[in-house]
Design a protein around this ligand. Structure first.
Ligand code: NZQ
Ligand code: ZN
Length: 385
């Protein structure tokens, strides 16, 4: 196991009727900006509960943060905060609203070009406004981590940043607030969390015995509850477990001290930036072919994944690896997520363009061995057609 620091200051408040706790979690004298997406949080009553809990505090609104939040939209919130001298942010929504809030928190007091926060992947961030979140969509883990992804519409760049300054102070996770999610978003959440675990687990053996067992437990839980979460939208126990798995999948715990891949995510981001495909769907397209193309360097972990996650013990090593990759694809398809580029009307002619984007964004040495060059990414994309 490699040396590591593990630090996670986010307080999680989990369960039903927890939104009322905002009255104590938000400082009494805070001047609050309430950030949300489209209409979902209003429609399912979450925003009303949040407003009631905030009571007499000064509260302003910033709605309209879109899925895959854009720099252009987020900078309008930055202006409002500066103009109105607001000092506490409260994100209500899924990963897009929380990620957008992280960027805003870091940009408000940033001197210089705020886009350099994204171009430096967060290295230039020296401070951020305090904020909390109320999560409505289990998927990204953004509610308990220090990462965010922002898209600049003008240049079709979707970049990730992280900084120790942008952990949420607290996140409220009320599983019943996810009952109103459309099937497509539930499926996306399962596939995104699944891929987060795989990115940190399916690399090469590194003596992370606890991390491996923990990751395998989270993957098996998703395999068990994913289809149920789709079939029965109001099963509280299933939604509660989905929410907690998605949080644990990317709060730093399973990735501490072990190698991490993230090539699937980086290639996927280009597909979202260029074609607007949902984040989780890009992962479902790229992950099976990424495992296929890199099966030699991932050989030992693929065998472990086959045996411990999918219980495949018959046949030769190569047959077991084939079967595990096929099971992964079939799992995504069982969630009604299509796993081929052609299913999204994207053909071979797109590949040069996607490779150029990866190059422009510095994504030329990806993966746990930094050996996913543009040539390897090209093979992954070709295998995804
Ligand atoms: O905009 P509204 O009307 O609120 O609708 C949203 C949105 O259309 C809807 N929704 C959310 N909660 C709902 C609901 N609809 C009904 N009932 C509810 N309770 O769901 C739609 C999608 O929301 P979004 O926040 O975009 O989804 P998600 O949580 O999947 O976030 C995706 C974003 O997170 C980034 C992705 O790249 C993408 O931009 N990621 C962030 C990560 C992180 N911070 O660590 C890691 C991930 O790998 C990922 O890259
Ligand atoms: Zn993701």
């Amino acid at each position: 196991m490699q040396n590591f620091d593990f630090y996670n200051p986010t307080k999680i408040v989990f369960g039903t009727e927890t939104i009322a706790r905002l009255s104590k979690l938000v400082p009494p004298a805070a001047r609050v900006l309430l950030l949300y997406g489209g209409s979902s949080a209003q429609k399912n009553g979450t925003l009303d509960e949040v407003r009631a809990a905030l009571g007499a505090r000064e509260v302003q609104d910033f709605g309209g943060i879109e899925p895959n939040p854009t720099y252009e939209t987020l900078m309008r919130a930055v202006e409002q905060i500066r103009r109105e001298k607001l000092d506490f942010l409260l994100a209500v929504g899924g990963g897009s609203v929380i990620d957008g809030t992280k960027f805003i928190a870091a940009a408000v007091n940033f001197e210089g070009d705020p886009w350099s926060i994204m171009e430096s992947h967060g290295r230039v961030v020296k401070s951020a406004l305090p904020y909390g979140s109320v999560l409505t969509l289990p998927a990204t883990g953004s509610e308990m981590n220090n990462g965010g992804v922002v898209t600049r519409k003008a240049t079709m760049s979707k970049l990730a940043f992280s900084s120790s300054h942008v952990y949420p102070q607290f996140s409220i996770l009320d599983p019943s607030k996810t009952f109103s999610l459309p099937v497509r978003q539930v499926a996306n959440g399962v596939a995104d969390a699944f891929t987060h675990i795989v990115e940190q687990y399916l690399t090469y053996p590194a003596d992370g015995m606890v991390q491996d067992r923990f990751a395998e437990g989270l993957l098996q839980t998703l395999i068990e509850i994913g289809p149920k979460a789709i079939a029965d939208p109001e099963d509280y126990a299933i939604r509660a477990n989905l929410m907690w798995v998605a949080t644990l999948a990317l709060n730093g715990l399973i990735g501490a001290g072990v190698p991490q891949d993230w090539a699937t995510h980086m290639i996927g981001h280009e597909l979202t930036a260029r074609y607007g495909i949902d984040h989780a769907r890009t992962l479902s397209i790229i992950l099976p072919s990424n495992l296929q193309i890199r099966r030699e360097s991932k050989h030992a972990k693929l065998l472990q994944y086959a045996e411990r996650v999918w219980h495949l013990s018959e046949g030769s090593e190569e047959e077991r690896i084939d079967a595990a990759i096929e099971k992964t694809r079939a799992f995504f398809e069982s969630l009604e997520i299509k796993t081929r580029l052609r299913d999204y009307d994207i053909g071979a002619d797109a590949i040069d363009l996607l490779i150029n984007q990866l190059q422009a964004h510095g994504m030329t040495q990806l993966g746990e061995h930094k050996d996913v060059t543009l040539a390897v990414s090209r093979r992954v994309l070709e295998a995804s057609l």
